[in-house]
Ligand binder design. Sequence first.
Ligand code: SF4
Ligand code: SF4
Length: 404
Amino acid sequence: MSTIESITLMLALVYSTSLLYWGGKKWGALVSGALLLGATIASFFWPLLLILLGAVLVVTALGQYQPAFANAEGRPNRIREICQHFFALSMLLVGVQYAINAGMLYAGETPWLMRPDIGDAFLPIAGGIELKAILTLGLWDQNHPAAVVMLCVVLLTGLICKRAFCGWACPLGLAGEYLFKLRKRFIPAELLPPAWIDWPLRMVKYLLLAALVYLVVSMPTASLPNYLTGNYHKVADLKMAVFFMMPSLIALIGFSIIFALAAWRRQGFCRYICPYGAMLGIVSFFSPFKIRRDTHHCLIETKGMSCDKCTRACPANISVHTQKNIHSDECQACMRCVSACPKKEALQFSTRNGIKLSARGLMILLFTLMFMVPLFAYVSGYWHSQTPQDIKMELIQKLDRVGH
Ligand code: SF4
Ligand code: SF4
């Protein structure tokens, strides 16, 4: 694993362990601590030991003195924000590390900084093609194995805890939040579109997802080995990087639309355009965890009050106070509704048979899925790209001429 990947993994595990420990879940903390030890050994690198030591000291101090921002149960919104910024920061560092590595390859120098394989998470189509190759031919790609690993991780999060990936981990979602806040500062009005525009716009992301799925499904199975060993696939990550760093005019127009949507309405990009959001929206219907309103505790049924605080807190504009179970594909499990509810037991993120997941529990679950599965893949030898460096150095010089 690269330095950034290892540091992120360490910090996530230390934080999970401490949350479990300070929350009184000693057995959970023990298991998490054991995983931490395993991870330390698996990604052994001496600076990491120093970082790990520092992280343990900081977290111990936080647990001891319990400042407000470290209190996960009392401040679920705060803990989600920390989680989002944690992922965004690690992605930013990964981007810097990736750019340095690619820049040195382009200059014909042997990179002193390793390529972070987690960058393959930005190759969902490659991940889909690799998944198809595994399922149909039993062929495991060696050039971007992390792409299929991360695709499966994201799918798994959707299957277990709805669109928590969007609400808690996606850096684009966080960037959208900031754009929306910036717009609100200058134009305070909500600017929500009427339902007859909102619904068709929401379908756009499903059309984009269908197009991407069609690309993968329509690829002849017999051509998969050639594709996966071909030059185009070997530099798919570099092509993606160039697409973002040196966008064409059409790409710039596309980015502008995305930014405008994000600024126009809260979660505009996630709601209308993002195919990942569409994929998770579909998968999330199967998630056992949902936001559930207990009518035995809700103020509407128990006191006859006209409370709608949960609905007003919901960034996805879901009418929480009129439903018992939130099945909506737009629910990102952000728990803002749970935080806003004045009756603690009235609203929970739980299974049908009453297993509840607190904000703390959800974050630990996400950390476990998003860090443990890649760690397992890494330890199993299916994470690191096997594309030889000299081939990358050669191909990066003629990137625009490398085709399918
Ligand atoms: S229903 Fe609750 S958890 Fe779902 S998006 Fe709305 S506020 Fe967030
Ligand atoms: S905020 Fe709580 S009490 Fe009020 S309507 Fe929603 S679930 Fe019921």
